[in-house]
Design a protein. Structure first.
Length: 387
């Protein structure tokens, strides 16, 4: 089946955060919204059909984790990543960010230190701080257009930390960490007794020729010291269903975390939490491959446009995800002046790079998961604003 990603779908009036929150946040409604990390493509029909079948029944009662939910995740991890997991390693969590918060609450105490790698997805900054934990930063180095880890500095910085939040693949930079890099992280963290929380929500969005390797798969040490959080929500445009899951092979970590979830009934799920995941993983390969090809085309379009029309604006080409980190530093603008350029002159709603840490100052994150005509309009506005 050939899917249509050029279709313009009007999302106004659907309470879509990406669209309907723009006036409240920016005080105006004439901005092209390319900020929130969901897609403007139709959610795949096989997922919508699954939800409709469930709605054909007249009772929306409590819903259990079904054998199909377990088996679809196990099969997807095997077929997509060659990772053999067991059903008992799995548990439901209502979203990746809540899952990170649950891990922090389970395995640390107020005042404990957690390591992050800015610039990084902003809840990594806010959630630990809101829970009274101490943040430590291991800043990524931007070298030849991609983020890299200084492992000598990482080994120093992770010392004394209880948790390390690994953004894998990276957001906002789109970096796919290599197996050798993951092995070094695993060796260091295992030796120092640090639990690695591997957020792999963008794994299914890895763009060819890159390959995602699950952190816990790279070595026995990685499996022993890690908690993996995953979801089909980004890849299949079903983020509003907040259906994610944890994978923990270490029996001691797993028992402790599952007990934490059970004690507060944090893992019950909702009427669509399990069948939607099963539908995505059972029928989603062809749709996902077509969508990634289309997104890659959008990224190529942005890269060519900037090179030919706006060479003073750079981009970190993502190896995974539809999020493009645009580099405006050559314009020499202050933070406020850059925001004025993007909002008041280009009329774009993008994510301010500074929200990902001070290392993101001078950058803007653009969501490229829209029809090509929308991306072309965004580039036209940007060129007109810069002049």
């Amino acid at each position: 089946m050939q899917y249509n990603f050029d279709e313009i779908i009007d999302r106004r009036g659907t309470d879509a955060l990406k669209i309907d929150a723009v006036p409240n946040i920016w005080g105006r409604d004439n901005l092209l919204p390319l900020w929130v990390a969901d897609m403007d493509f139709a959610t795949p029909p096989f997922i919508i059909d699954e939800l409709r079948r469930r709605l054909d029944h007249e009772i929306l009662g409590y819903t259990m984790r079904t054998p199909r939910w377990f088996s679809s995740i196990v099969a997807w991890q095997q077929s997509r990543y060659g990772w053999e997991i067991k059903p008992e390693w799995l548990n439901f969590v209502p979203g990746i960010v809540p899952g990170i918060a649950f891990v922090i609450s389970c395995f640390t105490e107020p005042g404990d230190t957690i390591l992050i790698q800015p610039p990084v997805y902003h809840p990594y900054i806010h959630v630990p701080q809101n829970l009274g934990r101490t943040l430590k930063e291991n800043t990524l180095d931007l070298v030849d257009g991609q983020y890299h880890i200084d492992f000598e500095r990482f080994e120093r910085d992770v010392r004394g930390c209880k948790l390390f939040l690994l953004c894998h693949p990276h957001n906002p930079g789109g970096r796919v960490w290599t197996e050798s890099e993951l092995l070094r992280i695993a060796e260091i963290c295992h030796r120092q007794g640090v639990i690695v929380v591997s957020d792999e929500i963008h794994a299914d969005l890895t763009l060819p020729p890159y390959h995602h390797v699950p952190f816990a798969k790279v070595s026995a040490e990685a499996a022993e010291c890690s908690i993996t959080l995953m979801s089909p929500s980004k890849a299949f445009n079903m983020a509003g269903l907040t259906s994610s899951y944890s994978i923990i092979s270490n029996e001691e970590l797993r028992a402790r975390f599952h007990r934490h979830l059970d004690n507060s009934e944090l893992n019950l799920g909702h009427a669509f939490a399990f069948n939607s995941v099963a539908a995505a993983y059972s029928h989603g390969t062809e749709w996902l491959d077509q969508m990634l090809s289309y997104v890659q085309g959008n990224i190529d379009y942005i890269g060519q446009f900037l090179s030919e029309e706006l060479p003073q604006v750079g981009m970190i080409r993502p190896q995974a995800s539809y999020l493009v980190f645009l580099d405006f530093r050559k314009l020499g603008l202050t933070h406020d002046a850059l925001n004025e350029l993007i909002v008041d002159r280009a009329h774009l709603a993008l994510n301010d790079g500074a929200m990902f840490g001070k290392e993101g100052d001078g950058f803007m994150r653009l969501n490229a998961a829209s029809p090509r005509s929308i991306i072309a309009e965004a580039m036209r506005r940007l060129k007109e604003a810069i002049g």
